[in-house]
Structure formats: structure tokens, C-alpha cells
Design a protein around this ligand. Sequence first.
Ligand code: ATP
Length: 274
Amino acid sequence: MAVILRTEGLNKDYRLGGFGRAKIITALDDVNINVESDRPVIISVVGESGSGKTTLAKTLLRLVEPSAGRAIVYDKVVAGKGAQPSKRDFMKSVQPIFQNPFEAFSRYRPVDAYLFETADRVAGLQAKEAEASVDHALVAVGLDLADVRGKYSNQFSGGELQRISIARALIPDPSLIVADEPVSMIDASRRMIIINLFKRLRDEQGRSFLYITHDLATAYYISDFVAVMNKGRVVEFGAARDVMGNPQHDYTRLLLSSIPTTRSRWRPRSRIAG
Ligand SMILES: Nc1ncnc2c1ncn2[C@@H]1O[C@H](COP(=O)(O)OP(=O)(O)OP(=O)(O)O)[C@@H](O)[C@H]1O
């Protein structure tokens, strides 16, 4: 079994204010998560605003350096002491999807230019391979190169643009995709297209996901594992059916009680390792 994601004593302190008036904000406080599996998984991180979810995502994406501890993705230390892969190797194995697809693409540059740039600079593909890889990635998200070539971000809906972001993330053939609130800016009617796409990419392409969300309903629906964060700490972590079906922590119960209608419809996936 591979260690798909493990964090060991992960800590992140932000220092605010000048000398003498400095205030320390502990965004991650001894975060320990361990997911070992022989199949790809979707791990959701839920918690209210300010609980540290984005800081965890940024740490795994190497956008912030942890103050202590380390993170392991697919058996490699990717953040903290002893981080192994070079930047390019790292970007091939862990790719991001961000909240606002309109911020990911400038309106003055055709979106396919971003895809070809990723194929060249991150995946290291030659022109012909790049063309095939970009098209393949777009087909995986329900589009193709002919739909996208030469068009600008304002010619797409938020949902389409987020699917193009996902295609971009697929081009380097990553093992883990870190998706920070990927549907919160998308029209409610189109959210499930993205959520179902994550499931399909897990099952058909073997990608694992870290899905960061406020939305417990979609977390219920797609997760194999769930981490519940509160004030920088992971207060509950485990197989989704355990955390959501039999929460042990008061904070998890509080979160769950805020969505009673969805909870009553939730059913665990039978193949979750337990
Ligand atoms: N660059 C920063 N400098 C200082 N404090 C920060 C910085 N980034 C985050 N924080 C603080 O760290 C804590 C955790 O923030 P974080 O964005 O990780 O939470 P979150 O759970 O993702 O919240 P949200 O759901 O609102 O995005 C908060 O108190 C936040 O104000």
C-alpha cells in the first residue's frame, strides 16, 4: 500500500505586525493525517472559515513553507524537512485547482496558451506530444481542443473554465490533485458536473484528490476519507463513513447538524477501506 498522503506534526505560524507588536497566528497546529491505500482516494478537508484548510492546501502545494513537520505524498516527502523532489518533479506529482477559474486565466491570453505552457514547462512535452496531451486532457473533462483553441476566458462559463483548469492540472499526469474550494464560485446547477468529474478521474485515471470545501453535502457524496479542521487542528479524521456516520467530536457533530436534510440522504460507498 502506498502512503497517499501523510502529514506529520505539520505546523504553520504566520507572524503579523511589526517588531514588539508581533502577533503569531497558528494556522496549522500539529496536523497529523495518514491515508494509506492501494487505490486512489478522495480526501475531503472540511471546517469553517479560518480553520486552516487553505493553509494545509498551500503547504502541500509548496506555496507556503511549514514552520514545523513535514508532508508525504505518494511515499515522497514533498514539504518540510527532507523534501525530496525537484520543483518540476514535484509539479508533475501534485497539481492544484483553485477556487476562482476566472483568476487562473488572464482575459487577454487564449486559454489554450496556458495548457500548452503546462505541457511544455511542467510536463516537458515536445510540440506534437503536447498537442495530443492537451487534447486528451480536455477530452477527459468533456471538452476537446477544437472547443477551446484560440478562445479567451470570457468566452466560457465558470463551470467550463473550471473544467479547463482541471484539464490543465491533468497534463503533467499528477498522482494527487489539490482542489481548494473548486466549486464555490460555480453556478449551483453545474457544481455536480465538477464533483462527478473528480470521481470519474479517481476511478478511470487513478488520480487522488484533496478536496477542500465548506460544503459538507458534496464532501459526503465523494469522499473516501474526511478530515475535520477547527482552529488549525484536525479534530477528527478517518474513513468518510465513520466520520460522517458516527462522529466522535462535538465540532463534527455541530457541522453535521447544520445540514440535516443532506445527512439523511448520505450513504457510504461500499468500497471504502475500513
Ligand atoms: N498569509 C497570511 N498571513 C497571516 N495570516 C494568515 C495568512 N493566511 C492565512 N492566515 C490566517 O490563518 C488562519 C487559517 O486561514 P486559512 O485561510 O488557512 O483558513 P481556511 O479554513 O482556508 O478559511 P476559508 O475557508 O475562509 O478560506 C486564519 O486565521 C487566517 O486569517
